[in-house]
Design a protein around this ligand. Structure first.
Ligand SMILES: [Zn+2]
Length: 272
């Protein structure tokens, strides 16, 4: 979903000097008793990726999941009571995106709101009857909450072959917002930032061209609505259908792999 409110467009050039990308921190030692046994069962049943990860990545994912849960406010909406299962399932999917990076646990996000199913987003879309609130499965609000529909979160967490992941989509918007802009530019520096801009612009323009020509595309029409939706959708495909993303968009896969500092294609070998 589109973020609200739209942040400003970026200046032509920041003129900042490149800064080396920091190495990912070593995961802290984990007390095996610290991660509750029932939470582990939720990871195994609801987060398909968990079984694909190396031992070190699993340890890091458990640690990050636990920390993310503790750092955020969790609120149920539409009559929903938030359970530990919901927190673990959402936090672990979001933390997949942080596995390779030094990070602050999505520091700009204080609250995660959960609806049982799709909800009325504050965006409005022109429909035959006039301007109506739009039903949404998720929303990322600039400097605000992430809002998610639990039924979609659960279905997509269990089955990456769907190629969609609401949690990854909305948290990708939050990563996009870190630099203050909702335009697909990320908080990158130097050559990496330039390479990302080049690949983003080329792939986005190519997608819009193909859609105008009526062609079927791997990334889909929604990714062509704006660069922030392009980045969020490409992130979904990167984590759920990495081999297909590499096949259709090798440069995009490569630059996302450098950005997230993980290789999901290797996780899925024999599984995608
Ligand atoms: Zn979106």
């Amino acid at each position: 979903m589109l973020p609200l409110p739209p942040p400003p467009e970026p200046p032509e050039s920041t003129g900042e000097r490149p800064r080396p990308r920091p190495a990912p921190p070593k995961p802290p030692e984990q007390d095996p008793e610290a991660f509750p046994r029932e939470w582990l069962a939720f990871l195994k049943s609801n987060v398909f990726h968990y079984q694909l990860l190396s031992k070190a990545e699993r340890t890091r994912l458990r640690n990050d999941t636990q920390a993310l849960i503790a750092r955020k406010d969790w609120e149920g909406c539409g009559g929903l009571s938030v359970t530990d299962e919901m927190k673990v399932t959402i936090a672990a999917q979001a933390c997949l995106m942080l596995l390779g990076q030094e990070h602050d646990y999505f520091g700009h996000v204080r609250t995660i709101l959960i609806y049982p199913s799709s909800f009325q987003a504050s965006d409005e879309r022109w429909q035959d009857e006039g301007w109506l609130p739009e039903a949404a499965g998720g929303q990322a609000v600039y400097r605000g909450p992430v809002i998610l529909a639990w039924d979609t979160v659960l279905a997509e967490g269990r089955d990456p072959s769907l190629g969609a992941n609401l949690v990854i989509h909305e948290f990708a918007h939050q990563l996009d917002f870190v630099d203050g802009y909702a335009d697909g530019t990320l908080d990158l520096q130097g050559e990496h930032a330039e390479r990302w801009q080049e690949v983003l612009n080329t792939a986005y323009n190519q997608l819009r061209r193909e859609i105008r020509q009526g062609r079927e595309t791997f990334l889909g029409d929604y990714a062509a609505t704006s660069k922030t939706e392009f980045f969020a959708t490409a992130s979904e495909r990167f984590f759920t259908q990495p081999a297909k993303l590499r096949h259709f968009h090798p440069a995009l896969y490569q630059v996302l792999s450098a950005t997230y500092a993980v290789e999901p294609e290797s996780w899925f070998e024999g599984n995608e």
